[in-house]
Structures are given as C-alpha cells and as structure tokens.
Design a binder for this molecule. Sequence first.
Ligand SMILES: C[S@@+](CC[C@H](N)C(=O)[O-])C[C@H]1O[C@@H](n2cnc3c(N)ncnc32)[C@H](O)[C@@H]1O
Length: 208
Amino acid sequence: MSLRSIIVGQFKRPHGLLGILAGLIMAKRQSNRKRNLWTVDLLAPETDHRVLEIGCGPGLALKACADKVSGGIVVGIDHSRVMVRQARHRLAREIAAGRADIRLCSLSDVALEPDAYDRVYSLNVVQFFPDMQDDFRQIHRCLVEHGMAATTYQPRSKNPTKKEAFEMATRIETVMKDVGFSDIARHVLRLEPAPAICVIGYKGGMAA
Ligand SMILES: C[S@@+](CC[C@H](N)C(=O)[O-])C[C@H]1O[C@@H](n2cnc3c(N)ncnc32)[C@H](O)[C@@H]1O
C-alpha cells in the first residue's frame, strides 16, 4: 500500500493515531477552516433550524452552525469513532444543553428520519459516497419541504485542479436533479491550490 493511499484512507475514515492526527489537521488547516465557514455562511441556518452534517469530522462546521442555531439542534453523523470523539469534545457544551447530537454511523447504512431537517450539508465527503444516487436520495428524503442541501468539495488529489472541482460540481448537480432537487446553484470559493465548489439545492424549490 502506498503512503498516499494510507493518507487518503485516513481522510475517508480516520482511525488510530494517524486518524487523531488527521482530525487535528482538518481542524487547524487554513483552507479547511475557510471552506467550513464559507459553507456555513451559504447555509445561513436560522435560529430554530434543525441542521444535519454528513461526515462531520472533528466538528468545525457543526460548531459554527450550533453558534447560529441557538433554538434548534445540530446533528452530525460520521462513521469514524475517532472523529465522533473529537466532534463530541468540540461540541461538549451544546451536547450537554441538548442542542447537538453526534452519531456514529454511515450515511449509507442509517435510516434518517424523513422530513426532519431544514439544512443538510457535507464538506469533502461526497467523493467517498459509495452510491451518489442512493446517498442524495436519502438526503432529499430527510429534508423538510423547501429545505436546503449543500455539498462542498475541494479536490485533494496530488495535483488538484479547477477542472476537477468543476467536474465534481457537474456530477453533483446532475445527481441532485435526478433525485428531485430544484433551484440548484453552484458557488465557488477561490482557494489554493484549487477552488472549493458548493452545490446548493432545495427540496420542492426555494420557499417563496
Ligand atoms: C475529509 S473528512 C472531512 C471532515 C469534515 N467534513 C471537514 O471538512 O472538516 C471526511 C469525513 O467524512 C467521514 N465519512 C466519509 N464517508 C462517510 C459516510 N458515508 N458516512 C458518514 N461519514 C462519512 C469520514 O469519517 C471523515 O470524518
């Protein structure tokens, strides 16, 4: 196994000591912080919203959401024990207050409550979805009518390019349209060495 595949594996499902390190890198790396906060700004969660993050990692974006959702709840799911531990640590106060919940599970294996969330988002997780159609169908199902889904991706390959980011945006847009999202729009954040894209869409269209 190459060193690169070991590192990629750690971002797909962090585990052991290297996984702890991967979580610390995700929480500290400037591009990751910018991407997380930019996505939360695009989500614009309201005070009483119910928000779900898929693959919450160390919980950076979830914490930023919790700060905005003082009367609602934020839920994070991640299939890595190490990440769930780090996110629970970061959101300990919100969990104690009943305003946050971090669950150990995979999007593909869990049956999310239907019509339950106002916002559902993920950040650099979509590239790991085993079946994008199935996974986006599940995201669509768990949103309330006019709820918003946001999917952010910044390529992390050896030599990442803008083309790679835009190709993923097109794939996401196609799948979202197929499973029933509408008012789909693409946003771009300039970052080095490659931009981040965020594709937003609504179940049943944007609220009037
Ligand atoms: C590259 S990390 C990104 C973490 C976080 N979203 C961030 O940007 O800081 C990907 C995370 O998604 C989780 N993950 C990947 N596929 C998943 C799935 N199908 N269900 C739940 N979690 C998943 C991994 O365990 C990892 O914590």
